[in-house]
Design a protein around this ligand. Sequence first.
Ligand SMILES: [Zn+2]
Length: 191
Amino acid sequence: MLKTRSLDCLMPYVRYLALRLKEECAGVGIPLGFANTLRDAEYQAWCYQNGKSATKDIGPHVFGMAFDVFINRKDSEYDMDLLRRVGAIGKKLGLSWAGDWKSFREYVHFEYTGGLSAAELRAGKRVELPAVPKELIDADRMQVYFPGGKAEGYAVDGVTYVPLRAVCEKLGYTVSWTPDKPFEARVEEKA
Ligand SMILES: [Zn+2]
């Protein structure tokens, strides 16, 4: 069962919107936390069984296009008035806010799917999401020095990311990737 609150698991543009939302809420004195970002089908089923989701079908959370928030203040975590204000800010940023939904209102749920429905996502349909504005990428940029070279990486929430192949090959390793295992890369010693 996969359940995480990390923003790094979201699609880059959705992560960007989540960060913007947090920033804008902080600007009006609402401290925002994130309770749920990426989840798998098993956790989706659990949410449904426990009344935390309208559907047992996988949806935007499973595709890294949704996140749930809470008010990061003791005893006000699910304050309706504050969540409504967060909803209004989110909509201004272009997010869909489930507090507006007719069938199953979730005041904590935001998503950005590029206009696709959950059924379309399940059917494998995708649209290209907007690019993350360059200023944000620049702000996260880091120069990483290592034995034998230098690479440009970036830092997100205290974790530094570097271009794997560029770094490993300079350190004397090979990097391989095959299309049949798209979510795996393998670093090995040079033969
Ligand atoms: Zn949600």
